[in-house]
Design a protein around this ligand. Sequence first.
Ligand SMILES: [Fe+2]
Length: 136
Amino acid sequence: MNSIRLGEIDSRLARVFEDNRNIYRKLKQLLVTCTQSNSLHDVCHMFPYLQEHLIHHFQMEETLMGQNYPGFSAHKSAHQALQQDFSVLWEEHTQTGPSTSLIAKMILFVLTLLVDHHQEHDRPMEKYLLEKFHLV
Ligand SMILES: [Fe+2]
């Protein structure tokens, strides 16, 4: 388990949950801004946020689950695929600037992260950690 103490696991898991709540809040903020602003620049605040937080969030999950976790390889591969997908969006964002197409792709990316990835990979990891360390 990469020599993490039990208290650290508890606080890091809480941080992972908080990160997911913050990403959800950013998505909601993005959608609200889409309904209220005519400026595409106004709705792009999510790109720098994800650029800054996504890799750290994935690394924290990978450290938490540890290489002995049965789903480690699949979960890590899913993180790499998401990072690649985000890199493509970030490249488009920096090269061509905001567009309705890019914002739609960002919404799809975040939904994939929060719904599909969370259901397929994060939830089983959280359940495993909570049970393994008797945190439930
Ligand atoms: Fe994950």
